[in-house]
Design a protein around this ligand. Structure first.
Ligand code: 13P
Ligand code: SF4
Length: 328
Protein backbone atom coordinates (compact mmCIF):
# COMPACT_ATOMS: atom_id res chain seq x y z
CA UNK A 1 0.00 0.00 0.00
CA UNK A 2 1.30 3.48 -0.94
CA UNK A 3 1.95 5.78 2.00
CA UNK A 4 0.57 9.22 1.20
CA UNK A 5 1.08 10.45 4.74
CA UNK A 6 1.12 14.27 4.83
CA UNK A 7 2.90 14.75 8.15
CA UNK A 8 5.74 16.54 6.33
CA UNK A 9 3.28 18.83 4.54
CA UNK A 10 3.74 17.02 1.21
CA UNK A 11 3.73 13.52 -0.22
CA UNK A 12 7.27 12.24 0.21
CA UNK A 13 7.50 9.40 -2.29
CA UNK A 14 10.60 9.28 -4.52
CA UNK A 15 9.96 9.49 -8.27
CA UNK A 16 10.99 6.23 -9.89
CA UNK A 17 10.21 6.88 -13.55
CA UNK A 18 12.69 8.08 -16.13
CA UNK A 19 11.33 11.52 -17.03
CA UNK A 20 9.49 13.54 -14.38
CA UNK A 21 8.54 16.30 -16.84
CA UNK A 22 6.91 13.83 -19.23
CA UNK A 23 4.96 12.27 -16.34
CA UNK A 24 3.79 15.69 -15.13
CA UNK A 25 2.53 16.52 -18.65
CA UNK A 26 0.74 13.17 -18.84
CA UNK A 27 -0.92 13.62 -15.44
CA UNK A 28 -1.99 17.17 -16.29
CA UNK A 29 -3.95 15.82 -19.28
CA UNK A 30 -5.28 12.76 -17.46
CA UNK A 31 -6.67 14.86 -14.59
CA UNK A 32 -7.71 17.90 -16.62
CA UNK A 33 -5.39 19.87 -14.35
CA UNK A 34 -3.91 23.32 -14.83
CA UNK A 35 -0.58 24.25 -13.22
CA UNK A 36 -0.29 27.90 -12.20
CA UNK A 37 3.06 29.30 -11.08
CA UNK A 38 4.19 32.58 -9.61
CA UNK A 39 7.21 34.42 -11.08
CA UNK A 40 9.13 33.59 -7.89
CA UNK A 41 8.85 29.82 -8.41
CA UNK A 42 11.93 27.81 -9.41
CA UNK A 43 12.72 28.26 -13.14
CA UNK A 44 11.97 24.59 -13.89
CA UNK A 45 8.53 24.97 -12.28
CA UNK A 46 7.84 28.14 -14.29
CA UNK A 47 8.84 26.29 -17.47
CA UNK A 48 6.41 23.43 -16.93
CA UNK A 49 3.48 25.59 -15.74
CA UNK A 50 0.51 26.36 -17.96
CA UNK A 51 0.43 29.96 -16.71
CA UNK A 52 3.07 32.05 -14.95
CA UNK A 53 2.04 35.38 -13.48
CA UNK A 54 1.81 37.80 -10.61
CA UNK A 55 -0.68 37.45 -7.76
CA UNK A 56 -3.46 39.28 -9.59
CA UNK A 57 -3.06 37.24 -12.77
CA UNK A 58 -3.00 33.98 -10.79
CA UNK A 59 -6.33 34.88 -9.14
CA UNK A 60 -7.80 35.92 -12.50
CA UNK A 61 -6.65 32.69 -14.16
CA UNK A 62 -7.94 30.54 -11.31
CA UNK A 63 -11.35 32.19 -11.66
CA UNK A 64 -11.64 31.62 -15.39
CA UNK A 65 -10.11 28.18 -15.82
CA UNK A 66 -12.33 25.25 -16.78
CA UNK A 67 -9.84 22.72 -15.37
CA UNK A 68 -11.10 20.27 -12.73
CA UNK A 69 -7.88 20.49 -10.77
CA UNK A 70 -5.84 23.64 -10.08
CA UNK A 71 -2.26 23.15 -8.89
CA UNK A 72 -0.89 26.34 -7.39
CA UNK A 73 2.90 26.51 -7.49
CA UNK A 74 3.11 29.61 -5.37
CA UNK A 75 2.50 30.01 -1.68
CA UNK A 76 -0.40 28.99 0.56
CA UNK A 77 -2.45 32.21 0.35
CA UNK A 78 -2.42 31.91 -3.46
CA UNK A 79 -3.87 28.40 -3.20
CA UNK A 80 -6.45 29.67 -0.70
CA UNK A 81 -7.46 32.49 -3.04
CA UNK A 82 -7.98 29.97 -5.86
CA UNK A 83 -10.07 27.74 -3.56
CA UNK A 84 -12.15 30.68 -2.33
CA UNK A 85 -12.94 31.59 -5.94
CA UNK A 86 -13.42 28.00 -7.15
CA UNK A 87 -14.91 25.95 -4.29
CA UNK A 88 -16.08 23.21 -6.66
CA UNK A 89 -12.55 22.51 -7.95
CA UNK A 90 -9.79 20.55 -6.36
CA UNK A 91 -7.03 23.04 -5.47
CA UNK A 92 -3.66 21.43 -4.78
CA UNK A 93 -0.32 22.83 -3.62
CA UNK A 94 2.90 20.83 -3.89
CA UNK A 95 3.95 21.62 -0.31
CA UNK A 96 1.73 22.96 2.49
CA UNK A 97 4.84 24.46 4.15
CA UNK A 98 4.97 27.13 1.43
CA UNK A 99 3.75 29.96 3.64
CA UNK A 100 4.50 33.68 3.48
CA UNK A 101 6.25 35.78 6.12
CA UNK A 102 4.10 38.77 5.18
CA UNK A 103 0.84 36.84 5.60
CA UNK A 104 2.26 35.48 8.88
CA UNK A 105 2.90 39.04 10.09
CA UNK A 106 -0.87 39.55 10.30
CA UNK A 107 -2.67 37.44 12.87
CA UNK A 108 -6.38 37.24 11.99
CA UNK A 109 -7.65 37.76 15.52
CA UNK A 110 -5.45 40.79 16.12
CA UNK A 111 -6.38 42.18 12.71
CA UNK A 112 -10.08 41.72 13.56
CA UNK A 113 -9.51 43.77 16.71
CA UNK A 114 -7.70 46.49 14.68
CA UNK A 115 -10.77 46.59 12.40
CA UNK A 116 -13.19 46.74 15.33
CA UNK A 117 -11.17 49.59 16.87
CA UNK A 118 -11.54 51.61 13.65
CA UNK A 119 -15.24 51.11 12.90
CA UNK A 120 -15.63 53.95 10.39
CA UNK A 121 -12.80 52.72 8.12
CA UNK A 122 -12.89 50.78 4.86
CA UNK A 123 -10.64 47.76 5.22
CA UNK A 124 -8.19 47.08 2.40
CA UNK A 125 -6.02 43.98 2.62
CA UNK A 126 -3.15 42.97 0.42
CA UNK A 127 -3.74 39.57 -1.19
CA UNK A 128 -0.76 38.26 0.85
CA UNK A 129 -3.06 37.41 3.78
CA UNK A 130 -4.82 34.34 5.09
CA UNK A 131 -8.49 33.69 4.30
CA UNK A 132 -9.19 34.50 7.97
CA UNK A 133 -7.79 38.03 7.49
CA UNK A 134 -9.73 38.45 4.24
CA UNK A 135 -12.83 37.59 6.33
CA UNK A 136 -12.39 41.03 7.99
CA UNK A 137 -11.72 42.84 4.70
CA UNK A 138 -13.80 45.04 2.40
CA UNK A 139 -11.52 45.04 -0.65
CA UNK A 140 -8.47 42.92 -1.45
CA UNK A 141 -5.68 44.44 -3.54
CA UNK A 142 -2.45 43.24 -5.09
CA UNK A 143 0.57 45.37 -5.93
CA UNK A 144 -0.77 45.52 -9.52
CA UNK A 145 -3.96 47.36 -8.59
CA UNK A 146 -3.48 48.81 -5.06
CA UNK A 147 -2.96 52.37 -6.28
CA UNK A 148 -5.93 52.34 -8.67
CA UNK A 149 -8.26 50.71 -6.12
CA UNK A 150 -7.33 53.20 -3.40
CA UNK A 151 -7.80 56.06 -5.88
CA UNK A 152 -11.22 54.70 -6.87
CA UNK A 153 -12.44 55.44 -3.32
CA UNK A 154 -13.57 58.98 -2.36
CA UNK A 155 -10.68 61.16 -1.12
CA UNK A 156 -12.27 61.56 2.30
CA UNK A 157 -12.79 57.81 2.85
CA UNK A 158 -10.96 56.54 5.93
CA UNK A 159 -8.97 53.42 5.13
CA UNK A 160 -7.18 50.70 7.05
CA UNK A 161 -4.48 49.00 4.99
CA UNK A 162 -2.73 45.77 5.91
CA UNK A 163 -0.50 44.00 6.31
CA UNK A 164 2.49 45.43 4.38
CA UNK A 165 3.77 48.69 5.89
CA UNK A 166 6.13 49.34 2.96
CA UNK A 167 3.44 48.96 0.29
CA UNK A 168 1.02 50.93 2.50
CA UNK A 169 3.49 53.81 2.97
CA UNK A 170 4.25 53.80 -0.74
CA UNK A 171 0.54 53.96 -1.67
CA UNK A 172 0.03 56.76 0.87
CA UNK A 173 2.94 58.68 -0.67
CA UNK A 174 1.70 58.43 -4.28
CA UNK A 175 -2.00 58.97 -3.60
CA UNK A 176 -1.75 61.58 -0.83
CA UNK A 177 -3.97 59.42 1.40
CA UNK A 178 -3.26 58.72 5.03
CA UNK A 179 -4.38 55.13 5.38
CA UNK A 180 -3.86 53.57 8.81
CA UNK A 181 -1.31 50.81 8.36
CA UNK A 182 -0.79 47.38 9.84
CA UNK A 183 2.86 46.91 10.81
CA UNK A 184 3.79 43.89 8.70
CA UNK A 185 6.54 43.15 6.16
CA UNK A 186 8.10 40.50 3.94
CA UNK A 187 11.43 39.04 5.06
CA UNK A 188 12.78 38.95 1.48
CA UNK A 189 11.92 42.50 0.44
CA UNK A 190 13.10 44.06 3.69
CA UNK A 191 16.62 42.68 3.24
CA UNK A 192 17.86 44.48 0.13
CA UNK A 193 20.97 46.56 0.72
CA UNK A 194 20.98 50.20 -0.42
CA UNK A 195 24.80 50.34 -0.23
CA UNK A 196 25.19 47.30 -2.46
CA UNK A 197 22.67 48.62 -4.98
CA UNK A 198 24.56 51.94 -5.10
CA UNK A 199 27.84 50.05 -5.59
CA UNK A 200 26.26 48.21 -8.52
CA UNK A 201 25.07 51.54 -9.94
CA UNK A 202 28.71 52.74 -9.90
CA UNK A 203 29.75 49.61 -11.75
CA UNK A 204 26.84 49.82 -14.23
CA UNK A 205 26.03 53.55 -14.46
CA UNK A 206 23.39 53.03 -17.18
CA UNK A 207 21.55 50.30 -15.29
CA UNK A 208 18.00 51.01 -14.18
CA UNK A 209 16.80 49.89 -10.75
CA UNK A 210 13.50 48.00 -10.64
CA UNK A 211 11.88 47.58 -7.22
CA UNK A 212 8.80 45.88 -5.80
CA UNK A 213 6.78 48.15 -3.48
CA UNK A 214 7.26 45.68 -0.62
CA UNK A 215 10.86 46.99 -0.42
CA UNK A 216 11.79 49.56 2.21
CA UNK A 217 11.45 53.25 1.35
CA UNK A 218 15.24 53.76 0.99
CA UNK A 219 15.28 51.20 -1.81
CA UNK A 220 12.21 52.69 -3.50
CA UNK A 221 13.91 56.10 -3.39
CA UNK A 222 16.65 54.91 -5.79
CA UNK A 223 14.30 52.93 -8.05
CA UNK A 224 13.67 53.96 -11.66
CA UNK A 225 10.51 51.90 -11.70
CA UNK A 226 8.34 50.53 -8.87
CA UNK A 227 5.68 47.91 -9.46
CA UNK A 228 4.33 44.40 -9.10
CA UNK A 229 6.32 41.53 -10.56
CA UNK A 230 4.29 41.75 -13.79
CA UNK A 231 4.80 45.53 -13.96
CA UNK A 232 8.56 45.19 -13.47
CA UNK A 233 8.72 42.55 -16.19
CA UNK A 234 6.71 44.75 -18.52
CA UNK A 235 8.98 47.71 -17.86
CA UNK A 236 12.11 45.62 -18.51
CA UNK A 237 10.68 44.43 -21.85
CA UNK A 238 9.64 47.89 -23.06
CA UNK A 239 12.39 50.14 -21.69
CA UNK A 240 15.42 51.09 -23.79
CA UNK A 241 17.96 50.32 -21.03
CA UNK A 242 20.03 47.20 -21.51
CA UNK A 243 20.92 46.54 -17.86
CA UNK A 244 18.60 46.31 -14.86
CA UNK A 245 19.22 45.84 -11.13
CA UNK A 246 16.19 43.97 -9.85
CA UNK A 247 15.05 44.47 -6.23
CA UNK A 248 12.53 41.73 -5.80
CA UNK A 249 12.67 37.96 -5.39
CA UNK A 250 15.23 36.72 -7.91
CA UNK A 251 12.89 34.13 -9.51
CA UNK A 252 11.50 36.91 -11.71
CA UNK A 253 14.88 37.11 -13.49
CA UNK A 254 14.07 33.85 -15.26
CA UNK A 255 11.11 35.33 -17.16
CA UNK A 256 12.92 38.66 -17.67
CA UNK A 257 15.88 36.89 -19.24
CA UNK A 258 13.59 34.69 -21.35
CA UNK A 259 11.68 37.68 -22.68
CA UNK A 260 14.81 39.84 -23.16
CA UNK A 261 17.75 37.51 -23.94
CA UNK A 262 19.89 40.45 -25.09
CA UNK A 263 19.52 42.42 -21.82
CA UNK A 264 21.37 41.98 -18.53
CA UNK A 265 19.51 41.48 -15.26
CA UNK A 266 21.35 41.71 -11.96
CA UNK A 267 19.61 40.57 -8.76
CA UNK A 268 19.80 43.27 -6.07
CA UNK A 269 21.96 41.90 -3.26
CA UNK A 270 20.64 41.42 0.26
CA UNK A 271 22.42 43.03 3.24
CA UNK A 272 23.81 39.69 4.35
CA UNK A 273 25.75 38.40 1.38
CA UNK A 274 26.31 34.98 2.94
CA UNK A 275 22.66 34.03 2.42
CA UNK A 276 20.39 33.75 -0.62
CA UNK A 277 18.00 36.16 1.09
CA UNK A 278 16.65 37.52 -2.17
CA UNK A 279 15.12 34.08 -2.71
CA UNK A 280 11.80 33.34 -1.02
CA UNK A 281 12.45 30.09 0.82
CA UNK A 282 8.69 29.41 0.78
CA UNK A 283 8.27 29.75 -2.98
CA UNK A 284 11.33 27.59 -3.53
CA UNK A 285 9.73 24.66 -1.70
CA UNK A 286 7.86 23.85 -4.91
CA UNK A 287 9.94 21.28 -6.79
CA UNK A 288 9.29 19.10 -9.83
CA UNK A 289 9.27 16.00 -7.63
CA UNK A 290 6.62 17.47 -5.32
CA UNK A 291 4.60 18.74 -8.28
CA UNK A 292 4.61 15.23 -9.72
CA UNK A 293 3.42 13.72 -6.43
CA UNK A 294 0.73 16.39 -6.08
CA UNK A 295 -0.71 15.48 -9.47
CA UNK A 296 -0.23 11.75 -8.99
CA UNK A 297 -1.88 11.52 -5.54
CA UNK A 298 -4.04 14.69 -5.67
CA UNK A 299 -2.54 15.83 -2.40
CA UNK A 300 -2.08 18.07 -0.46
CA UNK A 301 -5.42 19.76 -1.05
CA UNK A 302 -6.33 23.28 0.11
CA UNK A 303 -9.45 23.41 2.28
CA UNK A 304 -11.10 26.60 3.52
CA UNK A 305 -13.81 26.64 6.17
CA UNK A 306 -17.09 27.41 4.36
CA UNK A 307 -18.11 30.33 6.64
CA UNK A 308 -14.75 31.98 6.15
CA UNK A 309 -14.77 31.23 2.42
CA UNK A 310 -18.20 32.82 1.83
CA UNK A 311 -17.12 36.06 3.56
CA UNK A 312 -13.52 36.11 2.23
CA UNK A 313 -14.83 35.71 -1.32
CA UNK A 314 -16.57 39.12 -1.23
CA UNK A 315 -13.44 41.35 -1.05
CA UNK A 316 -11.62 39.19 -3.62
CA UNK A 317 -14.57 39.39 -6.03
CA UNK A 318 -14.71 43.11 -5.41
CA UNK A 319 -11.04 43.43 -6.35
CA UNK A 320 -11.60 41.42 -9.54
CA UNK A 321 -14.63 43.52 -10.48
CA UNK A 322 -12.85 46.85 -9.95
CA UNK A 323 -9.78 45.54 -11.80
CA UNK A 324 -11.96 44.48 -14.75
CA UNK A 325 -13.66 47.91 -14.78
CA UNK A 326 -10.24 49.56 -14.77
CA UNK A 327 -8.96 47.23 -17.49
CA UNK A 328 -6.28 45.71 -15.25
P1 13P B 1 3.13 40.24 -6.98
O1 13P B 1 1.70 40.52 -6.73
O2 13P B 1 3.86 41.42 -7.51
O3 13P B 1 3.26 39.04 -7.84
O4 13P B 1 3.87 39.95 -5.60
C1 13P B 1 3.61 38.81 -4.85
C2 13P B 1 4.50 38.67 -3.72
O5 13P B 1 4.42 37.77 -2.95
C3 13P B 1 5.51 39.68 -3.53
O6 13P B 1 6.38 39.30 -2.56
FE1 SF4 C 1 5.54 36.23 0.97
FE2 SF4 C 1 7.74 37.66 0.73
FE3 SF4 C 1 7.69 35.19 -0.22
FE4 SF4 C 1 6.28 37.17 -1.43
S1 SF4 C 1 8.51 36.99 -1.27
S2 SF4 C 1 5.56 35.09 -0.96
S3 SF4 C 1 5.66 38.37 0.35
S4 SF4 C 1 7.51 35.77 1.92
Amino acid sequence: MINTDLSKGYVDIPFEGSDVREEIERLKKEQNAVVLAHYYAEPEIQDIADFVGDSLALAQWAKKTSADVIVMCGVHFMGETAKILCPDRKVLVPDLNAGCSLADSCDAEAFGEFVRNNPDHTVISYVNTTAAVKFHTDIVVTSSNARQIVESLPAEEKIIFGPDRNLGNYINSITGRSMRLWDGACHVHEKFSLEKILDLKKQYPDAKVLAHPECKKVILTVADHIGSTAALLNFAVNDDASTFIVATESGILHEMQKKCPQKTFIPAPPMDSTCACNECNFMRLNTLQKLYNTLRYELPEIQVDENIRERAKLPIERMLEISAELGL
